[in-house]
Design a protein around this ligand. Structure first.
Ligand code: ADP
Length: 221
């Protein structure tokens, strides 16, 4: 039996209806990411990158086309079902980390499991250890560097064992050397079997990714 594809977008169309007419933000996008694959997505401002991430992250729905996660059609789901699918399949990493400043590193990583009523403190510790922060468990974000904060955010994104990690400009606030540490981390994560999709303007990312895609006017080149 063929292995299922973690992330599959088929004929994706997204249109926004506004006062000044219809905007087509995604115009028939076909996109597949395998497990063990690290893909980066480039595109100028207005090319549809945010729309693409919102669709892949089940934060926005398609006008037309199909989205599958691990072979399961998740194109049309209720808000509750989307939340459940996000928790089960997806991890998120953002440019500005989105950490809770008053919680320690280990509490931040554990947080998604606390919300689920099954606090996984030991796994949170292991993940922080894996990203090289085993000696920073009890530090709070204001006591950590930008690169360390991003590594905490990466550890948190993995706590629910996602199939796919979606990252929005993850090196955008970091200097080049720190950015390389983060990109090394994404390589390790994809090598371990998680699909990684990074949307970015940072040319350094394409040196680390397995594949580069360019979005232009809502179409993939
Ligand atoms: P990028 O992230 O590459 O800058 P976006 O996905 O934000 O691109 O936008 C793609 C196109 O869709 C742009 O023309 C933008 O103006 C339009 N767009 C995005 N969101 C909306 C919205 N909520 N309503 C109307 N148009 C939108």
């Amino acid at each position: 039996m063929a292995a299922t594809t973690p992330l599959e977008l088929d004929g994706a169309v997204k249109r926004y209806e506004g006062a000044s007419g219809t905007v087509t933000a995604l115009d028939g996008v076909d996109f597949r990411v395998g497990s063990n694959e690290f893909v980066c997505l480039f595109g100028p401002s207005g090319s549809g990158k945010s729309t693409m991430l919102n669709v892949l992250g089940l934060l926005d729905s398609l006008t037309d086309g199909t989205l599958r996660l691990d072979g399961e059609d998740v194109t049309t789901l209720s808000i509750e079902e989307r939340t459940e699918v996000r928790r089960e399949y997806l991890g998120f990493v953002f440019q500005d980390y989105h950490l809770v400043p008053t919680l320690t590193a280990v509490e931040n990583v554990e947080l998604p499991t606390v919300f689920d009523g099954r606090a996984e403190r030991e796994r949170a510790r292991e993940l922080l250890d894996r990203v090289g922060l085993g000696d920073r468990l009890d530090h709070k974000p204001p006591e950590l560097s930008g690169g360390q904060c991003q590594r905490v955010a990466i550890a948190r994104s993995l706590i629910n064992r996602p199939s796919v990690l979606l990252a929005d400009e993850p090196t955008g606030n970091l200097d080049r050397e720190t950015g390389k540490v983060i990109l090394d981390e994404f390589q390790r994560i994809s090598d371990a079997g998680v699909s990684v999709v990074v949307v970015t303007h940072d040319p350094l990312v394409s040196d680390y990714a397995d594949r580069r895609l360019d979005l232009v006017d809502g179409e993939l080149g």
